[in-house]
Design a binder for this molecule. Sequence first.
Ligand code: PLP
Length: 388
Amino acid sequence: MAGRNFLFVPGPTNVPDRILRAMSVAAEDHRSPDFPRLTQACLEGLKTVFKTTVGHPILFPSSGTGCWEAALTNCLSPGEKVLIARFGQFSHLWADMCRRLGFEVEILETPWGEGAPIDRYLSALEADRQHTIKAVLVCQNETATGVASDVAAVRRAMDSIQHPALLFVDAVSALASIDFRMDEWAVDVCISGSQKGLMLPAGLGVVCVSQKALETAKRTTSRRCYFDFGDMVAANASGYFPYTPSLQMMYALRESLGMLAEEGLENVFRRHRYLAGGARAAVMQGWKLKLCAADSKWYSDTVTAVLVPPGVDAAAVITRAYTRYNLSLGAGLSKVAGKLFRIGHLGDLNELMLLGALAGSEMAMLDIGMNIEPGSGVAAAQSYWRNS
Ligand code: PLP
C-alpha cells in the first residue's frame, strides 16, 4: 500500500527521522576511553525526564517487562509481600509476575476503567501493622484501559501512616508524555521502556532507582544476575556497563533526550494533554461513544480506549482500519477484548497526524456498520484544537 502505515497503537510509537538517523552509526568499542561520554549524556538526560537529582537511571537491554522483574528481584526477598491494584491487563501481568516469581501478592481488585483506588491502598496499608508489605506497586498509566492514576496520592497515603514499604511505579506508557516526579513523589523504582514516550524502538528498559531501593537491594536474597541494580550502578559510575550495551539505542536515546529538552518537558506534557483532548472530543462529542475510563479524573493523555456498543465487535474495527486504511489501532486486551479499540497518541505526534487516525477510525467504524455520524469525530477534534 502506498504511503506510510499510520501507527496509532499505544507503543511502539513513531520513531522520528532524526532519531533513526542518529542511531545509524557504525559499531564502536564500548570499552573505549570515549564511551563514558555517551553513557553520561544518556543517564544525565534521563534524570531530567525522571525529575530526579538523587535517583539512579539505569538502562537494561530489555523491554518494560524486564524492568518489572528487575524491580521485584532486586528489592524483595523470596516470599515477601507486595500490594498492587489490578485494573487492566498491564497491572494484571505485573501482579501475575509477582506471583510467578514467588512473592506474596495482595491484590486490590478494581473495575477496569477505574484507576488506583487510593482509599483502598490506604486501608490495606493501615491493616498491615506488622509492615509485612514490602512494596506498593502502582501502574501510573494503564495502557489497556486508557486510565491514568494519581501516584502522588498513593505516596501521600503511605506517608500519612508512615508505612515504610518501597513504592514502585510502572510509567511505561507515561514517562516523557505524562508528568512523573521521581524525587517529589519519593518513588523507589520507576519502570519504563524505550518504545513509548521516548520515541525509540523497543529494546531499552529504562528504570530509575532511589538510594533507598539500592540500599534495600544489598540485603535482599532473591536470585538475580543480569538485572542486578548494584552491578549496573557500579559500572555506570565510570561510564561503562557490566555487559555489552546497545550502542545504537544509546545514540538514539541521546537524540530523543535532546528533542525532549528542545521542546521542553512541560510543553511535551501539554502537547499530549492537548492532543488527548481532541481524541476524547472525537469519541464523546463526535461519535457519541464512551471511553473505557470511567471518570474524567482518570483520563489518560497517552491512550484513548473507545468502547463500542454491545453487539459490535471492536476487533472488526481494528481489522478494517488495518487492512483497508493501513491504520494500526490498539486492540482490546483480555477482559476487554472485542469491547474496545485503542488510539495511542503519544510520542512524536501532532494534530494532523492524529486527525488521520481519527478519520481512519471513523471510516472503519462506518464500514463495519456502526451507527456514527460521518465526519463527526474529525469535526469535533478539529473544533477542540482550533479553540484550545
Ligand atoms: N506496563 C505498561 C503500562 C505497558 O503499557 C506495557 C507495554 O505496553 C508494559 C508494562 C510491558 O512493557 P513491554 O512490552 O515493553 O515489555
